[in-house]
Design a binder for this molecule. Structure first.
Ligand code: SF4
Length: 238
């Protein structure tokens, strides 16, 4: 049976397979192809990609497109990049179909990063072919029940992967003690933790960054801006 994936779809630009710069984390600023997959198992209050999963507010038939692995691979190849970021939504919901796509792209020499909320641990076939796991566990500012957003078993397995980096979305100063507690509880090495300001506008991310950057200096966390927001706002396909 032909394997397919449900891809996020923009009414103006088509399926969200596009070239841009990595906007966050370890590989920030690197030219990269992106594949944005639809569906998520969380519903964070400040989510900036609600169109990938919020079918109360968005039309699933408009916002998604089911594509074969071959169609997706061809679209990625057409971008002419050597790197790929798999993002969402939550990409690992569809990991069974991701395996053949990622294996084929790996054989062609692509370096791949997967962005995930840390609630689903990847299939063993994906581990050796993924350069970097960008794990973003959600904290209480997401307003998602902790029993849904916090999968301790999965997160502890991610901590054991030397190529897993953790990004916490910070909204207010109270968030720092929560991150401190999680980092200590899960024993995440500090050099693998990024703090990132929440916000879908330059003004909002700058406001949080103004106090978050000094916090990172004092506490020893890595800081990541949201480069794509600074460059392009919240425009889709960027
Ligand atoms: S996990 Fe990510 S994609 Fe899912 S609701 Fe939260 S912010 Fe949005």
């Amino acid at each position: 049976m032909t394997k397919t994936l449900i891809v996020s779809n923009s009414t103006t630009k088509g399926p969200e397979i596009f070239a841009s710069l990595q906007g966050e984390g370890l590989h920030i600023g690197r030219p990269t192809a992106f594949l944005r997959l639809a569906q998520c198992n969380l519903n964070c209050t400040w989510c900036d990609t609600r169109y990938t999963w919020d079918w109360q507010s968005f039309d699933i038939h408009v916002e998604t497109k089911r594509m074969t692995i071959v169609e997706i691979e061809n679209a990625i190849d057409d971008l002419g990049m050597s790197r790929l970021v798999l993002t969402g939504g939550e990409p690992l919901i569809q990991q069974t179909s991701l395996i053949p796509l990622m294996c084929s792209l790996h054989d062609k020499g692509y370096s791949m990063e997967v962005e995930t909320n840390g609630t689903i641990f990847p299939d063993s076939e994906l581990l050796p072919i993924t350069e970097c796991w960008n794990v973003s566990p959600k904290i209480s500012n997401s307003l998602v029940d902790s029993g849904v957003r916090f999968n301790e078993i999965a997160l502890r397995k991610f901590v054991k992967l030397p190529n897993a980096y953790f990004k916490f979305v910070v909204q207010n100063k109270d968030d720092i003690s929560e991150v401190n507690g999680l980092a200590e509880y899960l024993q995440i090495p500090m050099r693998r933790i990024f703090l990132m300001p929440e916000g879908q506008t330059t003004a909002k991310t700058n406001e949080i960054s103004s106090w978050l950057a000094p916090v990172c200096v004092n506490e020893g966390y890595r800081f990541t801006p949201r480069l794509h927001i600074l460059l392009w706002g919240d425009e889709r396909g960027r």
